[in-house]
Design a protein around this ligand. Structure first.
Ligand code: SF4
Length: 466
């Protein structure tokens, strides 16, 4: 039984027009998929090298974790396949801070992942347990083997099963998230459902941006709450994230209910708002209510006004939990001076690196937009100069417009490119009940049956049109 990591993505999917398809990291990350490292708090690093030691450790983790999962899913495997010789009384003690926090729910694919993962662990020759005193990773103190699954020391793990593999979104103590595609099968990945969906919930917005390509206005329509709950029920357990957008999603009267509904069903409801609208929302919302947004990504559309970000970060710092922001800039609308401004304001408040998503430039809805506003195409080399200070992400259109692929070594591309729009992601417009590969696609299809929509998605994945 093998385990492969097929791709890595940093941060949440917050773009509501197409996918985050590539990440430029400050320094390249490596994975070593067939070796195991687990984090252990409060004790020295250790290697488990005998089948009994490994089985005992796995058994303890299973027992300490979700009893229901253990009994219903793992009991048979552990007892019948691997652990005939290991008694529960012999299981080692594991410090409470080192117990994996893998909690299942009826919408989560976690029991399936857990079963496959433990089966894989039990087949390893050795397992390294690393130390995380003071929450500082200490992989370097570990002898070989190093590598995956470092995910398990993360504070929270979200799991879905979009096809013949798993998606794991792991959140660390610092609030940072990393998403992995993990496969235990020796076959190509086949997504049956999108990993993430860009969802339009409203056409209301009064910002009137000159570069807007959406059909929005100050009295635009909202989608029905029923349409939203129906979509979420269809994808629960399979799709991991949605990227809610509009219009201004904060204008939807049931926006908070939607966030709550999706979270309760194991889906991470990221959303994107204009940075100006988010300042206003934060000012008018009690801080404790904003905690609802803790485990999701918030995309902030940059307008060039530094004090908006300044105020947002100041308000966010007032809480003792973390809101995870990605700042969106647009090729040809924003330039490197915007990046400078973002960095200047960001580092006034935070020590972690900001995530900046570069979006491709789309033709504005208003044909007579002021062309003299258009800036030069952003240069990848220029962005690289800031890569020690920021994490850059690119949507599929920006990948094309900036020629990102030409600058990246093939192995990095393979691990970090998330796929073209329509391959692992899609767009659903719940206001007009239409879907497409992405929001700016000229070809949109009417939602008649939900099942039909996902059949079409599978065809896109095979490189076919519907
Ligand atoms: S904030 Fe977004 S949706 Fe609203 S007008 Fe500007 S670009 Fe369009």
């Amino acid at each position: 039984m093998c385990m492969r990591i097929e791709s890595i993505r940093i941060g949440y999917e917050t773009n509501s027009s197409s996918s985050h398809s590539f990440v430029l990291l400050p320094e390249p990350r490596k994975t070593d998929t067939d070796r195991a490292v687990m984090k252990y708090y409060g004790w020295g690093p250790e290697l488990l090298t005998t089948p009994e030691e490994i089985a005992g450790y796995v058994l303890t983790q299973a027992l300490e974790n979700d009893k229901e999962i253990f009994q219903t899913v793992l009991g048979d495997i552990l007892y019948n396949e691997f652990l005939k010789e290991v008694k529960i009384e012999d299981a080692p003690e594991i410090d409470h801070a080192s117990i994996w926090e893998l909690k299942g729910s009826k919408y989560s694919a976690l029991p399936n992942f857990y079963r496959d993962f433990l089966k894989w662990l039990l087949k390893q020759k050795e397992i390294g347990i690393a130390v995380d005193n003071d929450n500082e990773p200490e992989y370097d103190t570990l002898p070989e083997p190093k590598g995956f699954p470092q995910v398990l020391y993360r504070r929270k793990v979200f799991v879905s099963e979009p096809g013949n593999y798993y998606l794991l979104l792991c959140k660390g103590w610092d609030g940072e998230v990393t998403r992995y595609r993990v496969s235990f099968k020796d076959e190509p990945l086949k997504p049956e459902y999108p990993e993430s969906i860009d969802v339009k919930i409203t056409e209301m917005c009064d910002n009137n941006c000159w570069y807007c390509f959406e059909n929005v206005s100050h009295n635009g329509r909202h989608c029905s709450f029923e349409a939203f709950t129906r979509l979420v029920s269809e994808i629960a357990g399979k799709t991991l994230e949605i990227a809610i957008g509009g219009g201004n999603p904060l204008k939807h009267p049931q926006f908070m209910d939607m966030i709550r509904y999706a979270k309760e069903r194991g889906i991470i409801p990221n959303f994107t708002v204009n940075i100006r609208d988010w300042v206003e929302f934060m000012r008018n919302t009690p801080l404790e209510k904003l905690k609802l947004f803790e485990d999701l990504g918030i995309g902030l559309s940059w307008t060039g006004v530094g004090w908006h970000l300044d105020e947002i970060l100041a308000l966010t710092q007032a809480s003792n939990w973390i809101l995870n922001y990605t700042i969106h800039i647009i090729n040809r609308v924003h330039g490197t001076e915007d990046i400078e401004r973002i960095l200047e304001v960001w580092y006034k408040h935070r020590k972690d690196k900001p995530k900046i998503l570069v979006l491709g430039f789309k033709k504005p809805r208003e044909k007579n937009f002021p062309r003299f506003f258009l800036k030069e195409v952003l240069k990848f080399e220029d962005l690289q100069k800031y890569s020690g200070k920021a994490i850059f992400l690119f949507d599929d259109l920006a990948v094309e417009q900036l020629g990102v692929k030409d600058y990246v070594p093939p192995e990095t591309w393979k691990l970090f490119y998330q796929g073209a729009d329509g391959e692992y992601t899609m767009f659903v417009d719940l206001v007009n009940m239409k879907y497409a590969k992405n929001s700016y696609s000229g070809r949109k299809y009417k939602i008649t049956k939900w099942g039909e929509m996902f059949k079409h998605f599978r065809r896109w994945g095979k490189g076919k049109e519907v």
